[in-house]
Design a protein around this ligand. Structure first.
Ligand code: ACO
Length: 331
């Protein structure tokens, strides 16, 4: 609902509740040993991953997003009627259109409002959070549902050991509400299209569509290059965001990084001078769930009681594009 003048006195947004959904089926490193030439030891030492969840054949992204969103609405004590903005970060939409936001809106019976998905690979959820925060600050939305969801198993080449061990499926969601104090403090979003070729698919709806049925959608990646750029870019972005707020590196209570690789995460934690126990890790259980990875990790750490109201949280991500983003919040 449009409120051109903004909501008097409420010029920020904050997280009112979080939720997650992980499909039932679990694929372990031992399962992968039976599928490709790899070992549990290689996967653990190079990535930190032990298992990941896989969507059932009939489950598309919106089927994962909806239960995650329901859990977030319940945690926020918010009825679907109150939501007036739906944003979904995803690399694996159900369909070309309607967008996943509309499918989620329909399933949850959210009244007519803006609903769209954000296409920024693994960074999509943080991009979406930044947009939703801006809409609430401007008074153009009052309560937003922001979901990160992926069924990356559908765009994985299961014969390529260098990528198939990395990805998992899942969804994380938050409800944002207006607040007098932040809440979401600020975001940095970035992208550099010069790196399109180090992390991409070969085909899509309008590029090489003839290859779609021939593994054209599968993730192709120059892992080593992505690794180095990820560490450099996320480190720099985190520093920029701290500087914007005049905060020291030690001023962060929790780091929630994109869960792409344990070694990348440790490098960022070290840069922030955070002890390991202040870095939320789900990579061992979820693998890389793309745009879902940060909201999934956030929900895990809130529900198990680690993250508490008033604590300061740094979220940082990178993904195909290349895109990157960081968000700072007081929970
Ligand atoms: N099992 C066993 N050996 C393997 C496997 C495997 N699953 N995969 C690769 N290897 C081999 C390689 O063939 C290579 O062998 P060689 O030396 O004989 O040529 C060797 O292991 C080392 O390969 P590297 O690629 O150099 O291994 P590295 O230490 O870089 O780890 C990894 C690879 C885990 C992919 C790492 O580079 C990484 O995490 N990169 C970042 C990935 C990432 O974050 N991607 C984001 C994607 S998100 C998105 O947008 C969907």
């Amino acid at each position: 609902m449009e409120q051109p003048g903004g909501i008097a006195g409420l010029r920020h947004s904050r997280i009112a509740g979080t939720g997650r959904y992980l499909p039932e089926r679990v694929l372990t490193n031992q399962d992968l040993e039976r599928m490709v030439d790899t070992t549990d030891e290689w996967i653990r030492t190079r990535t930190g991953m032990e298992r990941r969840h896989m969507a059932a054949d009939e489950q598309a992204s919106s089927d994962l997003a909806v239960p995650a969103a329901r859990a977030a609405l319940e945690a926020a004590n918010c009825s679907p009627d109150e939501i007036d903005l739906v944003v979904v970060g995803t690399t694996t939409p159900d369909l070309v259109f309607p967008n996943v936001g509309c499918l989620v809106q329909k399933a949850l019976e959210i009244p007519p409002c803006a609903a769209f998905s954000c296409e920024a690979a693994c960074t999509g959820w943080l991009y979406g959070m930044s947009v939703a925060d801006g809409m609430i600050r401007l008074g153009r939305a009052s309560k937003a549902l922001v979901v990160g969801v992926e069924v990356l198993s559908r765009i994985t080449d299961w014969s390529d050991r260098s990528t198939c061990v990395l990805f998992g499926d899942g969804a994380g969601a938050v409800v944002l509400e207006p607040a007098e104090e932040p809440g979401l403090m600020s975001f940095i979003l970035g992208a550099d299209g010069n790196y399109v070729d180090i992390l991409r698919s070969r085909a899509g709806v309008s590029r090489n569509p003839a290859e779609l049925g021939d593994g054209g959608l599968a993730v192709r990646m120059k892992g080593n290059e992505v690794f180095k750029i990820a560490v450099r870019t996320m480190g720099r972005t985190v520093d920029q965001l701290l500087e914007r707020h005049g905060l020291d590196r030690g001023a962060i209570d929790w780091l929630i990084p994109h869960q792409a690789n344990l070694r990348i995460i440790q490098a960022i934690g070290k840069r922030l001078r955070l002890p390991d126990e202040r870095v939320v890790l789900t990579v061992q259980d979820h693998g890389n769930t793309g745009a879902a990875s940060i909201p999934l990790a956030l929900d895990v750490a809130i529900r198990d009681g680690r993250i508490r109201r008033g604590q300061r949280i740094m979220m940082v991500s990178f993904g195909g594009g290349l895109t990157w983003a960081a968000g700072l919040m007081q929970f």
